[in-house]
Design a protein around this ligand. Structure first.
Ligand code: ATP
Length: 230
């Protein structure tokens, strides 16, 4: 059973831009997938549809057996707990410490405080930032901030981690260290879907590659290449 499935999905924005034009695709549990394509091809829109940041104009998207078309607003938070998201610009809360940024995202269901602390420290350890738990985001490098964002995204043990250009603001060395972490997260069984313009990463860490152009999938390869000149 696929973890995410698109059935003939279309997205027309209110300004009449046709961003996604009839997409059908499936992602299986545990996969690592790169989404590539030229600027404006529809990669971010494709990703935003998955966690219901955007609504499809037509077609069906099924996440974990749940149809997004019929989803009510009040059901969206439950979906977001199953899908962690990270962005190019990290989006941490600036007035909260590293620890607080991650703890804040933890869905607390009758957990005692020591259990909460244990889970947050566990995930900070996973992204190798435990020693800076008391720092503010402004006291961290870009790569460190992205690691905190990953910790926050996976603290609820989501089935899927979606990354929209996660290395876009980072220098090459730091970008590779973020890939290390994403590979570890994937190794724990989380499906990782990553939109990227990073040719070197895609061509080195070979994974499934889906290329999008003009809102359509033009290529879907099990161990593909980036396929564009940069
Ligand atoms: N909120 C929006 N409202 C209207 N049009 C939008 C919106 N977001 C994106 N678009 C348009 O939809 C098309 C696809 O944009 P999208 O951001 O999905 O592309 P992308 O492949 O992620 O691009 P990039 O690589 O530059 O980030 C573009 O023509 C864009 O201008």
């Amino acid at each position: 059973m696929s973890i995410i499935r698109f059935d003939d999905v279309w997205k027309v924005y209110t300004n009449n831009v046709k961003a996604i034009n009839g997409m059908s695709v499936q992602f299986e549990k545990g996969e690592f997938v790169y989404i590539v394509g030229p600027s404006g091809a529809g990669k971010s829109t494709f990703i935003r549809l998955m966690y219901r940041e955007e609504k499809a104009t037509k077609g069906e998207i099924i996440v974990n057996n749940v149809k997004l078309s019929g989803m009510k607003e009040k059901e969206i938070p439950a979906l977001r707990r199953k899908i962690g998201v990270i962005f190019q610009d990290f989006k941490l809360l600036p007035s909260l410490t590293v620890y607080e940024n991650v703890a804040f995202a933890l869905e607390v269901i009758e957990e005692n405080p020591s259990k909460i602390k244990q889970r947050v420290m566990e995930v900070l350890d996973l992204v190798k930032i435990k020693s800076k738990a008391k720092f503010l985001p402004s006291e961290l490098s870009g790569g460190e901030q992205q690691r905190v964002a990953i910790a926050r995204a996976v603290v609820n043990r989501p089935d899927v981690l979606i990354a929209d250009e996660p290395t876009g603001n980072l220098d090459p060395d730091t970008a590779w260290s973020i890939m290390d972490i994403l590979e570890n997260v994937n190794g724990l069984g989380t499906t990782v879907i990553m939109a990227t313009h990073n040719k070197e990463i895609v061509n080195t860490l070979k994974r499934r590659v889906i290329a999008i152009e003009g809102g359509r999938i033009v290529r879907d390869e099990a161990r593909g290449n980036y396929g564009y000149e940069v």
